[in-house]
Design a protein. Structure first.
Ligand SMILES: Cc1ncc(C[n+]2csc(CCOP(=O)(O)OP(=O)(O)O)c2C)c(N)n1
Ligand code: SF4
Ligand code: SF4
Length: 482
């Protein structure tokens, strides 16, 4: 889950699929409850490993399961043949490991792989995970920033597809209008789906073959579902539509043509609007605010590095007090904007603040709830970056340190719970177990204040701690008042 470059993959494998495995391809018995005697394998795609070391550092075992090795050594051991064999094996074998669990989600093929992000990037594990969950039917509007550069620097594109040809649809618009861009995609999908439904109803009325009729009726009965049943039903409709061509009456021909044109819309798309804090908190904020207030089903993922990373680390309204950034050379002096609260104040917006390395289960839950909520959702994801002046091998453990030190909050606000008479706000941040001062002073972006504003540094560090405590205590109280 932690590898920023999707190099570490896990699969369950049916024993019969191992018949032609290379000799060096080792597996162990899968521990899931399955009745196919499945084997389990973690494979590294060694040729695409950046050597960032995040996996080594993140491994929770006392005796680390992973150790550094050279590419030459791994080639000698046959790992190139191994990953090629692994890649060709059936994907998404989820027996005994439902997609809702971390294990199940990680058995799914990442549909974002080997991007050009910096080694150890804190943003990309979130993007990869999002594609494992929804990539087969997702549409992405990407704000300009690191995520658009590693997301699509032509001619390479890290977004990929399954063997069936399904994968994310991705596009990048301007920095200043990305939320609106994704909103437009939502409106277009909604319009295409209503047009499709209308034409299916016309077709059923004017008469079609029994096989097409039953396939269409099945898909209509799953209209609001997006799971594998709905995808299979859509595939059956597509096959039946192909067989129907040339057979239908004159009266049905126009509707049939329209249904064929829109046949990929039986299953709803999952719309994701991505970008950094420079986009979401600053330059694209007006549009983002407008879009969440429109109450349409869009998901927004803010990759929060607390600076404009792609242009070299300028301060944004997400930069906290004391952090040194461009345009805040002597340390940021104003508090970090509370974007989560601003969105929560509407009451109809799903909001989550997450940090993968601190709580993987909460991260997964936030993605799942955001996607399941049929209104606007926003996830604020803490993302360490080279601009923070840290050892990027520690990007995931730094996410945990930030939460342990009371620097970054974990919470979820789910409007659905309020509808059921429950409290919509879940405060998931434990009281700090580590020193705030130690945490910030270990990062270059704060430490450098001792050089850029030596006479004020100590006072500003104190202010930074007080301000973080104030923000935490404000958020913590929301459970009682929201
Ligand atoms: C209106 C506008 N202003 C400035 C830029 C230049 N620009 C491109 S990416 C970027 C930084 C993006 O920062 P952020 O949104 O925080 O994303 P990150 O790179 O941190 O992922 C800037 C300033 C632009 N493309 N458009
Ligand atoms: S070293 Fe980095 S890129 Fe290579 S497998 Fe580990 S986490 Fe992934
Ligand atoms: S600059 Fe930061 S956010 Fe951008 S790719 Fe590098 S580590 Fe990731």
């Amino acid at each position: 889950m932690a590898c920023p470059h999707a190099v570490v993959r896990a699969k369950q494998i049916a024993p019969e699929d191992l018949k032609n495995a290379p000799e060096s391809f080792k597996t162990v018995k899968s521990k899931t409850k399955n009745n196919r005697n499945l084997e389990y394998k973690i494979q590294l795609y060694v040729d695409d490993c950046t050597g960032c070391g995040v996996c080594v550092e993140t491994c929770p075992a006392k005796n680390k399961a992973l150790v550094f090795s050279t590419l030459e050594e791994e080639h000698k051991k046959g790992e190139a043949e191994n990953y090629r064999f692994f890649d060709a094996l059936p994907e998404n074998v989820l027996d005994g490991a439902p997609e809702e669990t971390i294990k199940g989600a990680m058995f799914k093929k990442p549909l974002f792989e080997f991007s050009g992000a910096c080694a150890g990037c804190g943003e990309t594990p979130y993007v990869r995970m999002m594609t494992q969950l929804y990539g087969e039917r997702m549409v992405i509007a990407n704000a300009t920033g690191c995520s658009s550069i590693y997301g699509g620097t032509f001619p390479t594109v890290p977004y990929c597809k399954t063997k069936e040809g399904r994968g994310p649809v991705w596009a990048n618009s301007l920095f200043e209008d990305n939320a609106e861009y994704g909103f437009g995609m939502r409106l277009a999908i909604d319009s295409n789906r209503s047009m499709l439904k209308l034409n299916v109803e016309n077709l059923l009325q004017s008469g079609v073959s029994d096989s097409l009729k039953s396939a269409l009726e099945k898909s209509l009965s799953l209209w609001d579902k997006a799971g594998s049943d709905a995808i299979q039903a859509q595939d059956s409709v597509k096959a039946a539509l192909k067989a129907e061509a040339g057979k239908v009456s004159e009266a049905s021909r126009k509707s049939l043509r329209k249904v064929i044109e829109l046949q990929d819309y039986f299953v709803d798309k999952s719309v994701w609007i991505l970008g950094g804090d420079g986009w979401a908190y600053d330059i694209g904020f007006g549009g983002l605010d407008h879009v969440v207030a429109m109450n349409k089903n869009v998901n927004i993922l803010v990759l929060d590095t607390e600076v404009y990373s792609n242009t070299g680390g300028q301060a944004s309204k997400s930069t906290p007090i004391g952090a040194v950034a461009k345009f805040a050379n002597a340390g940021m002096r104003l508090t970090k904007k509370n974007l989560g609260f601003m969105c929560m104040s509407y009451g109809n917006v799903y909001v989550a603040s997450i940090s993968m390395g601190a709580n993987r289960a909460q991260t997964l839950k936030a993605f799942q709830e955001a996607e399941a909520y049929r209104g606007p959702s926003i996830i604020l994801a803490y993302a360490p970056c080279i601009a923070h002046g840290i050892d990027m091998m520690k990007s995931q453990t730094e996410e945990k340190r930030a939460v342990d030190a009371g620097y970054w909050p974990l919470y979820r606000y789910n409007p659905m719970l309020a509808k059921d008479g429950k409290s919509p706000f879940a405060w998931e941040t434990k009281d700090a177990t580590a020193s705030f001062q130690e945490f910030i002073r270990s990062e270059g972006r704060y430490k450098s204040l001792l050089k850029t504003a030596p006479s004020e540094a100590e006072a500003i560090f104190k202010l930074a701690e007080e301000d973080a405590a104030r923000r935490m205590s404000f958020l913590k109280k929301l459970g009682d008042i929201m």
